[in-house]
Design a binder for this molecule. Structure first.
Ligand code: NDP
Length: 282
């Protein structure tokens, strides 16, 4: 039977630490970290994320602003808002909720956000910093995975790590962070030959492809650590991961559930990045 990595509990501990640090900063006359969240249009999933981000900010004592812009917002209007927030001293982190409506250019927005306020770590400047291992911010989901491993006492150094998925927001930075932690890293994707055999090599398997219950017991080595980043909706509306939990759990040494594993860590890491951004301004 695997140990369940409780992302909710670990996330709560980290938020408590952030909250205490904010209270101490404010008591010492230092600035309160501030996060601005921009959402364009009305994608329901994005609205839930934005609400949770606002709630997260309140929980740890941050200042926050939420900009809900109509779907027909122009690139010029969005750019002007980003410029205003870049210049605003109360705001240390800016996050533009993706995806944007089709007529808007996501890359233009990512490039426009001041890298020092880029708490999603999507700006090429920050991506490059991550690559060389000298970074201020880490992308939230992969950073959340690393925090789960660390706080569960799981050593990465020397381990065979297999990351399945190579997106810019999860798979690629995840591989880089495991490499920085001295793992021996393999990155798999849709063209990987004999994926099951590669996955069975893993001491630490990170599943991030967005396909419900894809990873079965035949893809996991006995005693492996299994991290499920996937968030998929079943037809009945329930959230499920990329890993077939019922099959894999008896074989793994540690496993993250969905929900309650990686998911709660993402916003927590966003809060951590915002605190870092505020500290870096002093
Ligand atoms: P993307 O769709 O951007 O990337 C999916 C990756 O999986 C691609 O690299 C793709 O390969 C690979 N892939 C797809 N099918 C297969 C397959 N059959 N075999 C091997 N590789 C495959 O997804 P994201 O990285 O954005 O997200 C991945 C999952 O993580 C999603 O479920 C998403 O909802 C979840 N997620 C969860 C977060 C959280 O907070 N917990 C945050 C962000 C994402 P190729 O490149 O060859 O096409």
């Amino acid at each position: 039977m695997a140990k369940i990595i409780d992302g909710k509990a670990i996330s709560k501990d980290i938020r408590e630490e952030i909250k205490n640090e904010v209270a101490e900063r404010v008591a010492n006359g230092l600035c309160r970290p501030g996060l601005a969240v921009i959402i364009v249009g009305e994608a329901p999933a994005s609205q839930v994320y934005v609400r949770n981000k606002k709630k997260g900010c309140e929980e740890v004592g941050f200042y926050s602003e939420v900009y809900e812009l109509p779907a027909e917002t122009t690139q010029g209007e969005l750019n002007a808002l980003v410029d205003k927030l870049n210049a605003d001293d109360k705001i240390h982190g800016i996050l533009c909720q993706l995806p944007l409506p089709k007529h808007l250019d996501e890359n233009e927005v990512i490039l426009r956000i001041d890298p020092k306020k880029d708490v999603d770590a999507f700006h090429p400047y920050n991506v490059g910093k991550i690559m060389i291992g000298d970074y201020d911010f880490l992308p939230c989901t992969p950073a959340g995975v690393m925090a789960l491993l660390e706080r569960s006492g799981i050593e990465v150094s020397g381990k065979e790590c297999v990351v399945v998925g190579r997106s810019n927001i999860v798979g690629k930075p995840q591989a880089m962070l495991l490499l920085h932690a001295n793992g021996t890293v393999t990155v798999c994707h849709s063209r990987t030959r004999d994926l099951a055999a590669v996955c069975r090599r893993a001491d630490i398997l990170v599943a991030a492809i967005g396909k419900a219950d894809f990873f079965g017991a035949d893809m996991v080595k006995e005693g492996a650590v299994v991290i499920d980043v996937g968030m998929n909706r079943r037809p009945d509306g329930k959230l499920t991961g990329d890993v077939n939990f019922a099959e894999v759990e008896p074989k793994a040494s540690y496993i993250t559930p969905v929900p309650g594993g990686v998911g709660p860590m993402t916003i927590t890491m966003l809060l951590k990045n915002t605190l870092t951004a505020a500290k870096n301004r002093e």
